[in-house]
Design a protein around this ligand. Structure first.
Ligand SMILES: [Zn+2]
Length: 46
């Protein structure tokens, strides 16, 4: 599931909580950035 972070208050909101409203439920800020899930990059060591 995707998560979004509010740039104003810094809270992370799951996309299910946002529904179709692209704004922060905490402070009504509309600037949200998508938070990438913790994915470990595979680096091939040589
Ligand atoms: Zn906020």
């Amino acid at each position: 599931m995707a998560e979004y972070k509010c740039l104003n208050c810094g809270k992370v909101i799951p996309s299910s909580e946002l529904n179709l409203k692209a704004k922060c439920p905490h402070c009504s800020n509309k600037i949200l950035v998508k938070v990438r899930p913790k994915v470990v990059k595979k680096v091939i060591a040589r």
